[in-house]
Design a protein around this ligand. Structure first.
Ligand code: ADP
Length: 270
């Protein structure tokens, strides 16, 4: 697509021989631009909570003789600090995922355990909003992968499902095998995502509604982390959504067979 940038180096190795080396720099330049954009966005995103914190600190100083105001501003400082902390955490997570070999050593991962752990960590937020988390039955599906990264990915989806749902709604989390693939689906009955935004929600720092995302403590990085984790496992993540009705995010991963778990008792030969 577009023009390519090729670096050509020529060396005369003898009277009759030339060596020509051609290197395609297009991809390298593109990655460089992506990285530069990321740094610009990170600086911009960090400025917001840092600015808010210093403003709040000034306000607290001015309100020193009003204990109620001090308490209120301290509470807001705490939530800005929390936002800053999750932003930094996710930036580090994403940078780590962008390095080749980020998956680390693979091991057999029990997807039921992955889902249970992710759901467990999202439970406090769900309970606070009376959102019911419903996990599909025990599937016994295993694959080779990185347990912690998969928990992070599923948790990001469940956190979003809760954050963008109304009170007292349901969020379903299910695992199933479809041929050689494993699907992990997170279904909500929340606000949904307009068609025009559905492709873009996986981009770094992209938010459909910045004000709402800020309200929910969102960083705009969650789904790009999910996308990286899925891609690193050889799979992908897709979204189906209807505004006002809800969204379904599906992670699809190849189920690299693991003999220890695939062998049924009747398959074993003495
Ligand atoms: P954030 O931290 O802002 O939630 P994400 O990368 O996780 O960032 O998501 C990007 C954007 O996609 C969100 O700001 C939100 O607008 C939208 N989004 C993600 N998940 C959902 C969902 N389950 N329902 C509705 N909108 C969603």
């Amino acid at each position: 697509r577009g023009t390519s940038l090729v670096q050509v180096r020529v060396a005369q190795v003898s009277d009759r021989h030339l060596v020509v080396l051609a290197e395609d720099l297009t991809q390298a330049r593109r990655l460089e631009a992506v990285r530069r954009d990321f740094v610009v966005n990170v600086s911009h995103e960090l400025k917001t909570p840092v600015g808010a914190l210093s403003l709040l600190a000034e306000t607290v100083q001015d309100a020193a003789d009003d204990p109620e105001a001090v308490r209120r501003f301290a509470g807001r400082m705490q939530s800005e600090a929390q936002r800053l902390s999750s932003l930094v955490h996710e930036i580090i997570e994403l940078s780590r995922l962008q390095v080749a070999g980020a998956l680390g050593p693979l091991s057999t991962v029990d997807l039921d355990a992955v889902v249970a752990e992710a759901v467990d960590r999202a439970r406090t937020a769900a309970t606070a909003k009376s959102v019911r988390l419903e996990v599909g039955g025990d599937t016994g599906v295993h694959l080779f992968g990185n347990h912690d990264l998969l928990v992070t990915a599923v948790r990001n989806l469940v956190d979003n499902a809760v954050a963008y749902s109304g009170a007292a709604s349901h969020v379903g989390i299910g695992v199933r095998e479809v041929g050689d693939l494993v699907e992990i689906a997170v279904v909500d009955q929340g606000i949904g995502i307009p068609a025009a935004d559905q492709e873009r929600v996986f981009e770094r720092f992209y938010r459909v509604d910045a004000a709402r995302s800020r309200e929910t403590g969102g960083t705009g990085l969650g789904l790009s982390i999910v996308k990286h984790v899925a891609a690193d496992h050889g799979g992908d993540v897709t979204v189906w959504s209807q505004p006002g009705r809800g969204s379904t995010f599906t992670i699809r991963l190849p189920r690299v067979p693991d003999e220890r778990h695939d062998q049924h008792p009747h398959d074993q030969h003495p």
